[in-house]
Design a protein around this ligand. Sequence first.
Ligand code: C5P
Length: 397
Amino acid sequence: MSRLVNKHIIVAVSGGIAAYKSAELVRLLKAAGAQVEVVMTHGASEFITPLTLQALSGNAVHQLLLNAKAEAGMGHIQLARWADAVLIAPASANVIAKLAQGLADDLLTTLCLATQAPILLAPAMNQAMWSNAATQCNKKQLQQRGYTVLGPANGAQACGDIGPGRMIEPTQLLEYLTQQFTGHALQGRKVVITAGPTREAIDSVRYISNHSSGKMGYALATAAYESGAKVVLISGPTSLLAPPDVHRVMVENTNQMLTASQQACVDADLFIASAAVADYRPVHVSLQKIKKSATASRLVLELEENPDILATIASQFSHLTCIGFAAETEHVIPNAQAKLACKQVAMMIANDVSDNDIGFNSDYNRVSLVTKTGVEHLETQPKRLLARLLIDRLAQL
Ligand code: C5P
């Protein structure tokens, strides 16, 4: 399956004759399973119509920065957060210069300043413009800031010149973009991840559970796979789709999650416990639905403690690097530090779930990395991007 399946890709088109190739690029991205939003500069729309790119991407094209209607839909900040990658193709000399200066006078450049996603650009211009010292200096600056410059290719140009400045072909751009989601940090490693809530049955129709959506664990599974790992995702009940090429084991309750984790961890290298596990389960599970009593106004449930999956795995598999999450509503860091010590793990990833904008069910999270040596606070960001950052950090462990 293509690594681009369900990836959020922004194709940003600037003004140049190569803009006609962006239509094929969008078509290829869609065929690879990516979700595509197109941003066009005014110049780009002189070369190719927005309607063409709308038809191919399946979404209205974004053209204006200061437009009430556009901002009410997917405005520049939402676009910036939505993106897994931004591919500027073609990137004109003007756009490259503006980005090098950090200008934000249209939608494309503003988006590039606002996004935390990787930005790739495919320059296309006359060979003399490309070779000009100003363009070369701008290109170098962007590379130093982490932009990936793809091409340009050498050859015959629309203006009749021959030399470097042709936009590289859409099939090749697709390959580069795919590589963006193909890392090697965890190559040859096996990663086991727990995700989502667990459910503890009360009777045949009711259960105890929590609000965990599983989004963080699923994002970690995708990121670990994209870093080259073999991934087993042990998931409690959730409506999320299994990430492509990840082996998912669905479980219902905590004991099942523990058993599945023990089986998967035998030959694993890294265990990430991101599941929000129910700490207690009913002592007696009624086989029939418990009926409302005609006489008693209270029902008392007796609960017993569930096993701590993370602590059990950490103590049973000494070769494993174990990481936990600490979802807290108060004293976030001290609580995470206490868990780090008592569960004997390499890192606790602490987050404050009392803030509705992050944590459970949200697409965003803000976490702190708690280890024996200190605490590192990370910025609020989409769980997809945070997952990639966390996997890179964990690979270093
Ligand atoms: O102790 P607490 O539940 O707050 O710790 C949270 C961390 O421990 C999470 O990583 C969670 O997945 C894990 N955990 C577990 N088994 C439990 C409870 C929590 O693996 N029974």
